[in-house]
Design a binder for this molecule. Structure first.
Ligand code: 2HA
Ligand code: ZN
Length: 260
């Protein structure tokens, strides 16, 4: 099995263990075009072609591993090829076919994930993986207007522990509530990623993250959620956490050559 798919299985296990992946919650897609071998490239379709619903020229002929629709992360962790599949985008850039291992239909969020991948390619981004999950404490933050203001959550989360800015240097964007799976949610997510975030919070729903691989996307969400936990622990101890000072943040940013 491809290294990328083994990594997806490992991350799916973490998502379940963290309580971020109830039932079929969350989605993972990875652009594996660079690592599929000749066997997959030559393989005849085992199902499809199916309509994407969008025409995306940037991903013509690309291969993606996608979590299956209705599948559970905890099952995917054990058996990624029974709970997801490898798809190939056809030459018309508007359809996909399933090429391995079994005819598992990809996530219902496929059009929005593929639109994000197409956008990343168009930008010349090295990012190959996208992750949608329901991290409890980050979702809780989005139930409060204060944390939906531009960069308010970023500043608070960065200031909880020095590592957060080092490992999530672009901070966290916010996408106001939209219906799950909708085109408006997908477009708003792409816009927020374009505004230079790797991770965006979907109000009252979850997060969407992109990075070079799925482990890195997971790590960004994990460090942000860790900061949210420290904030909550402080509040539970009865005080508003002080947060690192501006001078401490500045010193950190300079030492790690971080943007902003
Ligand atoms: O696919 O979490 O928001 C499962 C979801 C959709
Ligand atoms: Zn969701």
């Amino acid at each position: 099995m491809l290294k990328e798919i083994e990594q997806v299985a490992e991350v799916a296990g973490y998502l379940w263990q963290k309580g971020w992946a109830e039932r079929n919650g969350g989605n993972i897609t990875v652009n594996i075009t660079g690592s599929v071998g000749p066997d997959i490239r030559k393989a005849a379709a085992i199902a499809g072609p199916f309509e994407i619903g969008l025409t995306l020229p940037e991903i013509k002929g690309c291969y993606f591993y996608c979590k299956g629709t209705g599948k559970r992360m905890r099952d995917l962790a054990r058996d990624p090829m029974d709970n997801g599949s490898i798809i190939r985008i056809t030459d018309d850039c508007a359809h996909y076919e399933i090429v391995a291992d079994r005819p598992v239909m990809p996530t219902s969020e496929l059009p929005s994930h593929l639109a994000v991948h197409a956008h990343l390619i168009a930008k010349g981004s090295p990012y190959k993986a996208s992750l949608h999950t329901h991290p409890i404490e980050l979702v809780a933050l989005t139930h409060c207007k204060k944390w939906l203001e531009k960069d308010a959550a970023t500043r608070m989360l960065w200031s909880m522990i020095p590592e957060t800015k080092a490992f999530c240097p672009r901070g966290v964007g916010v996408v106001p509530y939209q219906m799950p799976g909708s085109v408006t949610l997908s477009n708003a997510t792409i816009k927020a990623l374009d505004d230079d975030y790797d991770v965006v919070m979907w109000e009252k729903h979850g997060v969407f993250a992109v990075d070079v691989d799925i482990m890195s996307a997971f790590d960004q969400v994990d460090v942000l959620n860790k900061s949210a936990l420290i904030y909550i622990a402080s509040r539970n101890m009865g005080f508003e956490p002080e947060g690192m000072t501006d001078a401490q943040m500045k010193e950190m940013s300079e030492a790690f050559h971080l943007p902003k």
